[in-house]
Design a protein around this ligand. Structure first.
Ligand code: CO
Length: 145
């Protein structure tokens, strides 16, 4: 039995969108968001990303620019966009992956560098009650700037 790593904070909620600009306007005008980061490309995933800060977490807007991106597939099924994943912080990603795998869960791919520049991995939704879960290693316990 592997050690069970502690569940950390909710780092962000991932939201797929066909237009980051339109989503930014929605969060600004309807929800009063003011802390809105500059959108940037993540070429490895074929997506453009923008983080919006809430006091206790972030929203990660994700817009695909590559039709082969998994987010493009999500938008084909959900043309308006929608909630895509939730991301929790963990202190040791490899320990978390070892624990999940030992418990029979499916971890999607190898740990890689995510939008915050820290190692991340995704857990298959079938193991998490239909929710796609991202785990992000945050050794300091705080990935927010
Ligand atoms: Co994410």
């Amino acid at each position: 039995m592997t050690a069970r790593p502690p569940l950390g904070r909710l780092n962000h909620v991932g939201v797929a969108t066909p237009s980051i600009e339109r989503s930014i306007e929605t969060y600004r005008t309807l929800l009063g968001a003011t802390m809105i980061g500059a959108p940037f490309d993540l070429p490895a995933q074929g997506v453009r990303v923008c983080f919006i800060d809430a006091p206790n977490t972030q929203v990660e807007l994700i817009q695909p620019y590559d039709e082969g991106s998994p987010i493009a597939g999500f938008l084909r099924k959900n043309p308006q966009g929608g909630q895509h994943h939730v991301c929790f912080e963990v202190p040791d990603l490899h320990a978390a992956v070892a624990h999940l795998t030992a418990g029979g869960a499916t971890v999607l791919g190898e740990p890689r560098i995510g939008a915050h520049g820290t190692p991340i991995v995704f857990v298959h939704p079938r193991d998490m009650g239909g929710v796609l879960v991202e785990l992000m290693e945050t050794p300091r316990g705080d990935a927010h700037d």
